[in-house]
Design a protein around this ligand. Structure first.
Ligand SMILES: C[S@@+](CC[C@H](N)C(=O)[O-])C[C@H]1O[C@@H](n2cnc3c(N)ncnc32)[C@H](O)[C@@H]1O
Length: 351
């Protein structure tokens, strides 16, 4: 006699499925590889990715340098190392999912992806793609491209180029900046990116804007500076991209930059850190400031105790005034469906 060996989990799962079916529910499109993974490992890592290790001497050097600073910009909230935990769900409750350095373009604290079922994600990304394509008359999406490297979730639909959230957000930001400041064709443009992450926008900006003279990336988190140095070099965009470690920021000189960017960073910083950065932006005499907050309304910092403070007054006191504020996606239906609540905010210096 043969005895079938069924695991208790599988039996329980089948009973739950049957119970749900009697109520008229069925689990559709369940893809464990998609639902339970932060990264897409389907694209092989390049050989150089072996350098992306926690004990890389450059990363250790940056950690030592940053730890020695007692500047207000180092008063962190969300980005404190002790807030890093293994992934257990969306990082909404004031903590960061642990980062696998080699897969830094997966679903990480740098760029979130939409992690419903694969089908739901595909539908949402298709809607988002079509919304950006409507304004992308120069086909930046196709020209800049996406290879899915370093764990990045990417999508490919018939008749459309392969794309990712990294690519769509970046193209959308570039199109906004191009409309208001003419950045793509402008010769000699010099950009400063505060809280540049792994260099997402730096890479895309350098790909899109042939006349870019300099794109300077800054951050107050050593892992971000390390990844940004490594990634922009790997992509062959350094120069014009230059990554300046935090201790060297005070040595940057006034008049060196035309545009400062802060994309999804100040909403995760304390007001003390934002004040420090705005002192730098004012000192450097940068004519324009582009901010993309996380929140749907206002400009909110994140303090160590979880409270939020309005940082618009800090920007204004530094001599800047909000000139343009627009939802990142014009179509309200698309904004609700995806959902994307990002706003593109352009400030100009008035003082
Ligand atoms: C959500 S990520 C956004 C990264 C990048 N701007 C992008 O849009 O891809 C937030 C960034 O803020 C940076 N950050 C955290 N605390 C900071 C601080 N005090 N000053 C500057 N950047 C900070 C992090 O290192 C990270 O790069």
């Amino acid at each position: 006699m043969t005895v079938s060996r069924r695991s208790p989990r599988r039996v329980a799962r089948r009973l739950v499925d049957r119970g749900l079916a009697t109520l008229g529910y069925a689990l559709v499109d369940h893809d464990p590889a998609f639902a339970h993974s932060l990264v897409d490992r389907s694209v092989a890592l390049p050989i150089e990715a072996r350098e992306l290790r926690e004990d890389n001497p450059r990363l250790e050097e940056l950690r030592t340098q940053y730890a020695a600073l007692d500047w207000p910009v180092c008063e962190h909230s969300l980005w404190e190392p002790e807030r890093v935990r293994p992934w257990t769900g969306p990082p909404s409750a004031g903590w960061l999912p642990k980062l696998d350095l080699q897969y830094f373009r997966g679903d990480t604290s740098y760029v979130w992806h939409y992690r419903e079922s694969r089908r739901a994600s595909e539908l949402k990304f298709f809607v988002y793609l079509e919304a950006v394509r409507r304004s992308d008359t120069g086909d930046l999406i196709g020209r800049l491209g996406e290879d899915g490297m370093f764990g990045c979730w990417s999508y490919k639909f018939p008749g459309r180029p392969r794309f990712s959230r990294d690519l769509l957000d970046s193209v959308n930001e570039l199109l906004f900046l191009d409309e208001h400041l003419g950045v793509i064709q402008r010769p000699g443009l010099r950009v400063l990116d505060i809280g540049a992450g792994y260099g997402r926008l730096a890479h895309r900006f350098a790909q899109a804007a042939g006349g870019l003279a300099e794109y300077c990336c800054l951050d107050a988190i050593p892992t971000s500076t390390f990844l940004c140095e490594w990634y922009t070099r790997f992509r062959g965009v350094a120069p014009p991209v230059r990554v300046v470690p935090l201790p060297e920021v005070p040595a940057l000189a006034p008049g060196e930059f035309d545009l400062a960017c802060n994309v999804h960073a100040w909403s995760e910083c304390t007001i003390a850190a934002i004040q420090w950065w705005m002192d730098q932006v004012a000192r450097l005499d940068i004519p324009h400031l582009f901010v993309v907050p996380n929140e749907a309304d206002g400009f909110q910092s994140l303090e160590a105790d979880g409270t939020r403070r309005d940082y618009l007054a800090v920007i204004e006191a530094a001599g800047y005034r909000l000139k343009v504020e627009r939802p990142a996606i014009a179509d309200e239906a698309v904004r609700q469906l995806v959902p994307v609540e990002d706003r593109h905010c352009l400030f100009e210096r008035v003082g």
